[in-house]
Design a protein around this ligand. Structure first.
Ligand SMILES: [Zn+2]
Length: 431
C-alpha cells in the first residue's frame, strides 16, 4: 500500500474545512485516528458537542521526560472569492501549497504524522515516550480544545512538567547576511485597560478649564513616554543584541519590517484602540465625558499590580480613572535547557548556513498558555526552510493566499524527525 508522504497528508488535512467558527474538527480527527489505527499507534479521541474533537496519541513508555508535541487542527475563516486558489483545495503552484491552515498550523501536524510512523517502527528502542496532542478551537479560545481537554481525567497530570513543542517559531531572519532562527519561548501578558474621564461640575466658571479632549491627549502623551520595563528580560536582550545595527555599516541597515518585529518582541507596549469623546456621544454613559481603551502587551516580568501602578502614576494629576478590563499573565521558558541546543544543532545539520537560535517572546497568544501553569516548558518551534523568512510568512498567517513552500514542508519533517529520535533515544539532551 502506498504510504502518503508529508505533502499528501497536508493536502488531506487542508481539504477538511475546519474554519473556526464553527470548527467541525471531527472529520479531520477521524482521519488522524484511522491513520494511527492502521499503524497500531495508541490514540484516544475526545469528542465534544458541536462536532468538536481532540486526539491524544502516544508512542513509547510514559516517563517524566516524555516529549509533548502540541498542535491545533482548526483554522481561521477564509473568504474564498478573494483567494487566488480555493483555500480548501490544497492546490500546488510553483513550489507552494496553498490553503487555509497551510502555515497555521496544519503543516506541523502533517510533519508530526510522518514522524510518528518512524517512531512507531523504532518504539522498542525509545528510552522515553512522546505524546502528540492535537486539539480543536485554538483560534477562538480553546473552550472545546486544550482548555477543556485538561479537565479530562489524567490528562493534566500526564502533560505536566514536560517540554512541549508548539507552533509560533522556528522561522529564519536575516540581518547583515547572517541567518538566525527565532523560536518562541514565551508570551507577553495581555492587559486591557479603560481610562475614563468623568464629568466634573464646574466649581468656578471664571477659572480656566481644559476640555476633556485635551485631557485625553495629555493622557496619551504621558503613556507614550512611559517606560514600562524596568528590567529587560534576558530573552529580549539576546534578541536585541543580535540585531543591533552597526552605525558604521550603513550598507546593512536593518529591514524596517524586521526592526518593527524585533522591537515588538523586546518591549512592553501600550496601544490605544477605541477612543470616545465629544459632547452628546451616544457611546458614553451619563456623567462620563471621554474614554480610551488600551491594549497593553507586556513583557512577562511585570505583574498586573506593578503595571497598573505605573499607569496611575503616569496619569497623576489628571482627572482620569483607570479600570482593568482583563489581564492574562504571560510567561517565559527556561532558555538554559540542553534541549534547545538539540534544536539548534539539528537545524544546523540540515542547513549549515544557520548561525543559531534566538529566543523571543511573542506579543500574540496560543494554547501554550494553558500548559505553562502545569510547569511545562513551551517552545514555539515548528521550523520552516530559511527561504521562507519570518517577515514573509507573517502576512500570510490568518491572511490571504496562505501558502507554504514544498521545501519548508520537507525541512520541517526532517528537523522534527531528527529532534524526536535524538531526544527519545539518547541521553545527551535531558535537563
Ligand atoms: Zn495557530
Amino acid at each position: 500500500m502506498h504510504q502518503k508522504n508529508c505533502v499528501e497528508i497536508l493536502q488531506d488535512l487542508i481539504r477538511f474545512d475546519t474554519q473556526n467558527p464553527p470548527g467541525n474538527e471531527v472529520a479531520l480527527v477521524n482521519y488522524i485516528h484511522e491513520y494511527c489505527e492502521a499503524l497500531h499507534i495508541q490514540n484516544d479521541v475526545y469528542l465534544y458537542e458541536g462536532q468538536r474533537a481532540n486526539i491524544i496519541i502516544r508512542i513509547g513508555r510514559s516517563t517524566p521526560e516524555n516529549l509533548v508535541v502540541l498542535g491545533h487542527t482548526d483554522v481561521v475563516r477564509a473568504k474564498a472569492e478573494d483567494w487566488k486558489f480555493d483555500p480548501f483545495a490544497a492546490h500546488i503552484s510553483e513550489g507552494y501549497l496553498y490553503g487555509r491552515g497551510a502555515l497555521d498550523m496544519k503543516y506541523f501536524i502533517a510533519a508530526a504524522m510522518v514522524v510518528m510512523r518512524s517512531l512507531k517502527a523504532q518504539e522498542a528502542t525509545l528510552k522515553r515516550g512522546i505524546v502528540f496532542v492535537f486539539t480543536a478551537d485554538e483560534e477562538t479560545g480553546s473552550a472545546f480544545g486544550l482548555s477543556r481537554l485538561l479537565t479530562e481525567k489524567g490528562i493534566a497530570g500526564e502533560l505536566s512538567h514536560k517540554v512541549v513543542l508548539n507552533e509560533g517559531g522556528g522561522f529564519a531572519v536575516f540581518h547583515q547576511n547572517t541567518c538566525h532562527y527565532l523560536f518562541e519561548t514565551g508570551q507577553k501578558s495581555v492587559c486591557r485597560l479603560r481610562l475614563t474621564i468623568p464629568e466634573e461640575p464646574d466649581s468656578n466658571p471664571y477659572f480656566h478649564t481644559t476640555t476633556h479632549e485635551a485631557t485625553l491627549v495629555r493622557a496619551l502623551d504621558r503613556l507614550e513616554k512611559l517606560v514600562i520595563d524596568d528590567e529587560i528580560p534576558r530573552t529580549s536582550r539576546l534578541l536585541s543584541n543580535a540585531f543591533t545595527d552597526d552605525p558604521a555599516d550603513t550598507s546593512h541597515a536593518m529591514d524596517a519590517k524586521l526592526r518593527n518585529l524585533i522591537d515588538t518582541m523586546s518591549q512592553s507596549m501600550i496601544t490605544p484602540t477605541i477612543i470616545h469623546g465629544g459632547a452628546r456621544n451616544p457611546n458614553l454613559l451619563a456623567h462620563i465625558r471621554a474614554t480610551i481603551d488600551l491594549d497593553c502587551r507586556l513583557l512577562p516580568a511585570i505583574t498586573k499590580e506593578q503595571f497598573v501602578h505605573k499607569v496611575e502614576t503616569a496619569l497623576e494629576g489628571l482627572p482620569i480613572q483607570v479600570q482593568v478590563l482583563s489581564f492574562s499573565q504571560g510567561y517565559e521558558a527556561d532558555i538554559e535547557r540542553k534541549f534547545i541546543k538539540l534544536l539548534e544543532l539539528t537545524l544546523q545539520k540540515h542547513d549549515p548556513a544557520i548561525k543559531g537560535l534566538l529566543p523571543f517572546i511573542t506579543p500574540g497568544s496560543n494554547d501554550g498558555k494553558y500548559l505553562k501553569p502545569l510547569g511545562c516548558e513551551i517552545l514555539g518551534f515548528a521550523p520552516l526552510h530559511k527561504d521562507e523568512t519570518f517577515t514573509t510568512i507573517m502576512p500570510l498567517i490568518h491572511g490571504l493566499d496562505e501558502r507554504i513552500s514544498l521545501k519548508s514542508i520537507a525541512f520541517c519533517e526532517q528537523v522534527l524527525h531528527d529532534v524526536c529520535v535524538e531526544y527519545l533515544t539518547g541521553d545527551a539532551y535531558l535537563g
